[in-house]
Ligand binder design. Structure first.
Ligand code: SAM
Length: 214
């Protein structure tokens, strides 16, 4: 975290967000809540996916309509809620996790506040310990956005839970490529094809479609 980060307790963060409840949730109130959650996240230097990335991922989700979504690294739950914002239309089940307790607790709050908790299974812990315990494979859509240097380990472990035609997306693959060299080398060594997309000025994502692999 940066020295000028806005440090807030969970209660203080919640107090800066609109009141929301699953009972009165509408598309508009959810959008307002998420927009403000993102703005607050910027002030707190929470590395949430950008609006352009969110829109791109939502478009992919809407086109593919995966029944089971897996996310590694949810932070305060913002990206998970952006997935849920579209995937609730077809009642996709989402499994997500975070290693760090404060963001995990905040994510849990937002999932209850919005009612997304009905569709989201949230785990606290190291992904490499959580993934082997999951009961809901195969996942059709997997988003990896955690400790960048461990991306290869997350990918290899998550792939065991993936459907044969799953789409696996890895975030921040351009600006943090130097931290992911092991991962890039593994893809090349195993002839795994991938596509990188520059999402905005900040960074881009990698798409690996398992149905296209040898
Ligand atoms: C870039 S942030 C995730 C942002 C989130 N996907 C979003 O866009 O709203 C990365 C998160 O991964 C978590 N993380 C790092 N290593 C992890 C691990 N081994 N297992 C689970 N979570 C991890 C961190 O605690 C952090 O909250």
């Amino acid at each position: 975290m940066h020295a000028d980060t806005l440090e807030l307790t969970l209660e203080q963060a919640i107090s800066r967000l609109p009141n929301i409840s699953p009972k009165n949730l509408t598309d508009a109130t959810l959008e307002t809540y998420l927009t403000e959650l993102y703005a607050l996240g910027r002030l707190r230097h929470i590395p949430n996916i950008s609006p352009a990335n969110s829109a791109y991922l939502q478009a992919i989700l809407t086109a593919r309509q995966p029944a089971h979504i897996l996310e590694i690294g949810c932070a305060n739950g913002y990206s998970t809620l952006r997935f849920w914002q579209v995937a609730r239309a077809w009642r996709a089940q989402i499994v997500t996790m975070d290693l760090s307790k404060p963001p995990f607790e905040e994510a849990r709050h937002h999932f209850y506040a919005t009612g997304a908790v009905a569709d989201i299974e949230l785990h606290h812990g190291h992904a490499l310990e959580v993934l082997p315990t999951l009961q809901k494979p195969p996942f059709d859509f997997i988003f990896i956005d955690a400790h960048k240097a461990a991306t290869l380990d997350f990918f290899v472990r998550a792939r065991k839970l993936a459907a044969s035609d799953a789409l696996i997306i890895i975030d921040d693959v351009l600006k943090f490529k130097h931290k992911m060299q092991r991962f890039y080398d593994y893809l090349d060594a195993n002839s795994i094809t991938y596509r990188t997309v520059q999402i905005d000025a900040d960074d881009g994502i990698m798409l690996i479609d398992l149905s296209e692999q040898p």
